[in-house]
Design a protein. Structure first.
Lengths: 80, 160, 160, 80
């Protein structure tokens, strides 16, 4: 089990009703962590359209959640 | 992230890219790009327009993952200087509530010649739109509203 | 031909293209291009740089055949609006003595989307450089001076 | 014979020592008119690199000089 903080933006923030949540997870990687959060909050976006960032830097989906890390699920961007 | 006014010359990385939570002045940002070796300057501004994809828009809100947006934005500007041989460049993107006609994003590039200035400027705004974690929430005239999560190559991708 | 300040909104054709005999402000020219339908604005500035073709430059002088330059400049800007579907555009070119770092030419274009704004802006400056009867007289640091009469496709063609 | 005004710019102005001159010409067209002026003032630029304008509009070299017209020889431009 690792204690992590998840960050939600844009439509994910709306669906989750919060911009972040702290939780203990046994997910083997960030991909599984997203699928769990998606099931829990009903996110519309499939993982294939998302990116993941760990501690403020883009990361790989197969990275395991590390104790104390901040994990952000990044929906398709629309700046500009 | 910066409040207005814009970052000063001493603020290091904010010279390259910054997220602004309030309206900012372009003039001092442009002045910083002036250079005796520069013969060319290209700039881009994205303004909030009154329509998108055929729908009337009343205004919008931008949200950013500020820490990552500023890091990725700086990477883009540095890459552009290197790739196109431009002399200097800067990009600032707004977050928060914006009305029709408000400035959403500004890019400025100075270079010895105009090809490098234009190419770098256009590449920066293209990459910012594609890579920087900023999201647009549009308020439509019909009362509807929504987050824009465009598909990478779809014709439904909105944008300036 | 206009003295500074820049042409006002009522001055008809000078909204599209003007020759300026003195330094001019960009801000009011840019403001005139603002438009609720415009999501994008691209601008180009040509500055007097301190070198050309490997020679150190002290300053320069531009001369124009004003009547023909303004007619040809207006044609170029109108053509650009039509060709790229831009909403509005303007170009102003200086004549007279200019020091290093001074603004020689400015182009601004507003459009619904960024591709039209960039393409029209770049096309206008390319056409102005190729077609408008304006000539540059450079003063070199070594005391020499000369008119630039570039060959159309030669690599010796100077320019920003 | 037609009375015309010739306009000189940039290096042509320097070579001619004046920006304009009025003269009576029997040249059959603008091309011949330029060659005469070139011989008279020693212009370096051959006609192939020049354009001609009549009364403020670009014109053809084979146009004959009209009485009272203003004819400008346009060397390669270098604005921007």
């Amino acid at each position: 089990m690792a204690r992590v903080t998840l960050l939600y933006f844009a439509s994910l923030r709306d669906a989750a009703g919060t911009g972040s949540e702290a939780l203990d997870t046994d997910a083997p990687d960030c991909a599984a962590l997203y699928e769990q959060a998606r099931a829990r909050h009903g996110f519309a976006l499939p993982r294939e359209r998302m990116r993941v960032a760990v501690d403020g830097a883009f990361a790989r989906w197969d990275e395991p959640p590390r104790e104390g890390s901040e994990i952000a699920f990044i929906p398709p961007v629309s700046g500009g | 992230m910066i409040d207005a006014p814009v970052p000063g010359p001493g603020e290091g990385d904010a010279r390259l890219f910054a997220i602004a939570s309030r309206p900012f002045d372009i003039a001092p940002l442009r002045t910083r790009l002036l250079n005796d070796r520069a013969g060319a300057y290209a700039a881009f501004e994205g303004w909030v327009r009154d329509h998108n994809d055929g729908r009337a828009v009343r205004g919008l809100r931008y949200e950013a993952y500020v820490e990552l947006a500023e890091a990725e934005g700086r990477r883009i500007v540095c890459e552009a200087l290197d790739r196109f041989g431009a002399l200097d460049a800067c990009c600032v993107h707004r977050v928060g509530e914006l009305a029709i006609g408000e400035l959403a994003v500004w890019v400025g590039v100075s270079a010895a010649h105009r090809a490098a200035a234009f190419d770098a400027c256009r590449w920066i705004i293209d990459e910012v739109k594609a890579r920087v974690p900023i999201w647009k929430h549009e308020h439509y005239a019909d009362g509807d509203a929504g987050w824009l999560h465009p598909r990478p190559t779809g014709s439904t991708a909105p944008g300036t």
